[in-house]
Design a binder for this molecule. Structure first.
Ligand code: CUA
Length: 330
């Protein structure tokens, strides 16, 4: 019973962390639904066994308790073929009920779509402490906001640039480790347009808990438009423009690490369309205040991040923030 209560407590923790958002218990994709079925099936079987065992236990304890004036050893029963067959067959049947769907689903969900025409290919690279997304079919690179089309299989190829991370979108299904020097594959799909939370699910350093990302599930048309605008070269700001100062600072301090063209690979987060993203650094609301704080002192927001402190005056910070907020997709 204490174990069961603990389990309930753990599950109730999930709902408070994930809120009303899509979660493993409220999935919005076929993979997540299949996984939820397995969760429910095993919970159902386990609960059934637990209840029956405890009811029997309670009955035996009460029915055969030591009565007043009772002495000596009670009548003993030895050997019963019927009982032995019953308690061998029942667990066997229960194991089969669990094993058949588990094994079937495991193979079905492991299907490789990486060469498939019907699937969209996305490469995921885990970094301490951010996510890189590459779209090899389109030659585009982005970070932190994963954009995918609705009702399409997304074939993920996962790897890591440093330590082991784990790529998890609780509302869609998963999860899968990203390992350095290795490529793991799996697929997901989303049946509803919307924004989903993504998390790193493997302890990977000081800011593991802050290694979040967003998943934007969009319609097929929106997705095509997004791909097209990601391919558009970023327009340089005119020297007379108010944003020129910010652009200068960006070129001097940021550009050696951060690309702003979506077709350009980079070692650090690609900032094409940065202003359209929901979050700064994957965890804070994307507004001037947080952009400023992030540039001013990244360690205070994500301990252990490789983003350096850039020495800027208040005016320069404002100018750079304004420039970053202009990085919108056409
Ligand atoms: Cu990356 Cu935990």
């Amino acid at each position: 019973v204490p174990l069961f209560l603990l389990f309930t407590l753990v599950l109730s923790g999930c709902s408070s962390i994930l809120g009303d958002d899509p979660s493993p218990l409220n999935p919005k994709g076929s993979v997540g639904e299949d996984q939820l079925f397995l969760i429910k099936l095993s919970l159902f079987v386990m609960t059934g066994v637990l209840v029956i065992v405890f009811v029997l236990f309670g009955y035996v304890v009460i029915r055969f308790r030591k009565r007043k004036n009772q002495t000596g050893v009670p009548k003993q029963t030895e050997g019963s073929h019927v009982l032995e067959i019953v308690w061998t067959v029942i667990p066997l049947v229960l194991l089969l009920i669990l094993a058949v769907p588990m094994v079937t689903q495991t193979f079905a969900l492991a299907k490789d779509y990486s060469e498939s025409e019907e699937a969209e290919q996305v490469k995921v690279i885990g970094h301490q402490f951010w996510w890189e997304f590459q779209y090899p079919e389109h030659g585009i690179y982005t970070a932190q906001d994963l954009v995918i089309p609705v009702n399409t299989k997304i074939a993920f190829e996962l790897t890591s640039a440093d330590v082991i991370h784990s790529f998890w979108i609780p509302g869609l299904g998963g999860k899968m480790d990203t390992n350095p020097g290795m490529t793991n594959k799996f697929y997901l799909d989303a049946e509803e347009v919307g924004t989903y939370k993504g998390k790193c699910a493997e302890l990977c350093g000081a800011s593991h808990a802050l290694m979040d990302f967003k998943v934007q599930v969009v319609t097929q048309e929106e997705y095509e438009a997004w791909v097209a605008s990601m391919k558009e070269p970023s327009q340089a700001v005119n020297e007379q423009d108010a944003l020129a100062q910010g652009q200068e600072i960006f070129k001097a301090k940021c550009m050696s690490c951060h690309a702003i063209d979506g077709t350009q690979p980079g070692v650090y987060p690609n900032l094409k369309g940065f202003a359209d993203r929901e979050l700064v650094a994957g965890i804070k609301e994307n507004n001037a205040e947080w952009i400023r704080k992030w540039i001013d002192d990244p360690q205070s927001i994500k301990p252990g991040t490789l983003m350096p402190n850039v020495d800027l005056t208040d005016d320069e910070l404002d100018a750079l923030t304004e420039y970053l907020q202009s990085l919108k997709l056409e």
